[in-house]
Design a protein around this ligand. Structure first.
Ligand SMILES: Cc1cc2nc3c(=O)[nH]c(=O)nc-3n(C[C@H](O)[C@H](O)[C@H](O)COP(=O)(O)O)c2cc1C
Length: 357
């Protein structure tokens, strides 16, 4: 099935059509425990960054690729760790992994995946593993060892989840495109009883601190990237503990209400530690120009979260692949119109940001 919808927003509309309302609400935070303001701030952040295009530059040969942790990718858009992808489509995470590999980019596989990290790695090209630090160090290390053995290239440690959502409220049966499928077990990475409860996962109360991450870094040769950094002070600490990279992220606005847009915080973080470690950004990336703006402000690459689920819901692997190709075309066009030929050298003065950023 090739869908090829014209914009990412159309994939969201398609997902809304094919998914039951309760499931859509659960996945996209439109239930009554919604934390919608931070998500809106993320989206609005890009509209506040204005482009200053340059002209009369030969832009016929544009290079969209970059390297992430030393590996080349064809497009500076990666796939953020998103759990429970089988809720969007029965094919789930392995389908996303194949779509990412075909598009020449990297998927970050979530600890909270429906498929096991081994099954995702088998379907993927180069992939990264997202780790939730569990209350028990041995259980955490066990996940790290499994990720190493499965061939993951980097460890993304998500540090912004410290309290849980209330309760998952998903029906036992999911009607997907008029076909009923059994709601999949939430956690493909854990055996029954390994987590306290299916609704409230162990990482919601892990009490993890900088000292734990400093220790974790000494336990693995995988480069460690901290996901969920939102200010210059914490970015500095990432450098101090020897992180190879950080992701400016507020979990897509799914945690605390009224957080600053991540693209605004990227500007702050980049001014503090730019050049000292690799910077990544997620939250609200929906268009090619958003990617270009993030690169101008110091990101090496960006990640998309919700759009993965929209693509999956629309058409499984093909939907995710089409959506990545759409972003590639948009990003390529934006580069041309702005006089940019190399995605690794987007000048800071390509953008203007509000005076108080
Ligand atoms: C349904 C859903 C599940 C998510 N699961 C995880 C997860 O398991 N681990 C994680 O680090 N982030 C998770 N995230 C956050 C994403 O990695 C990412 O930070 C966020 O979605 C980016 O914002 P965007 O959705 O606006 O692109 C999840 C986000 C959504 C919407």
């Amino acid at each position: 099935v090739t869908v090829r919808l014209p914009r990412l927003a159309d994939y969201e509309a398609r997902a809304r059509e094919v998914m039951p309302a309760a499931l859509f609400a659960e996945l996209f935070g439109t239930a009554e425990n919604s934390v919608g303001i931070s998500e809106q701030n993320n989206l609005a952040g890009y509209r506040s960054v204005k482009l200053r295009p340059r002209v009369l530059i030969d832009v016929r040969n544009r290079r969209l690729g970059t390297t992430v942790m030393g590996r080349p990718i064809g497009l500076p858009v990666m796939l953020a760790p998103v759990g429970k992808q089988r809720w969007a489509h029965p094919a789930g995470e392995p389908a996303t992994a194949r779509a990412a590999a075909r598009a020449g980019t990297v998927m970050v596989a979530s600890t909270a995946s429906n498929a096991s990290l081994e099954d995702i790695a088998a379907a993927a090209g180069a992939a990264w593993f997202q780790l939730y630090y569990l209350p028990d160090r041995d259980a955490t290390l066990k996940l790290v060892r499994r990720a190493e053995a499965a061939g993951y290239c980097a460890l993304v440690v998500t540090v912004d989840i410290v309290a849980g959502p209330v309760e998952h409220r998903v029906p036992d049966t999911i009607v997907w495109n008029a076909k009923a499928v059994e709601a999949p077990a939430v956690h493909g990475n854990f055996a029954a009883g390994e987590l306290p409860s299916p609704a409230k996962a162990a990482w919601h109360e892990s009490g993890v601190t900088w000292a734990d991450l400093e220790w974790l870094r000494t336990q693995t040769r995988l480069p460690m990237i901290l996901k969920g950094i939102q200010c210059a002070t914490d970015a500095r600490r990432c450098v101090e503990i020897g992180a190879a990279g950080l992701m400016v992220s507020n979990h897509g606005g799914r945690t605390v209400e009224d957080a600053v847009a991540t693209v605004e915080q990227l500007a702050e973080v980049s001014a503090e530690v730019g050049g000292e470690l690799e910077l990544y950004l997620d939250g609200g990336i929906r268009k090619g120009v958003d990617v270009l703006k993030a690169l101008a402000l110091g990101a090496r690459a960006v990640l998309i979260g919700r759009p993965i689920l929209w693509g999956l819901a629309a058409a499984g692997e093909e939907g995710v692949h089409d959506l990545l190709e759409l972003l590639r075309v948009e990003f390529d066009t934006a580069m041309a119109y702005c006089g940019v030929v190399d995605a690794t050298a987007v000048p800071r003065d390509l953008v203007k940001v509000p005076a108080d950023w």
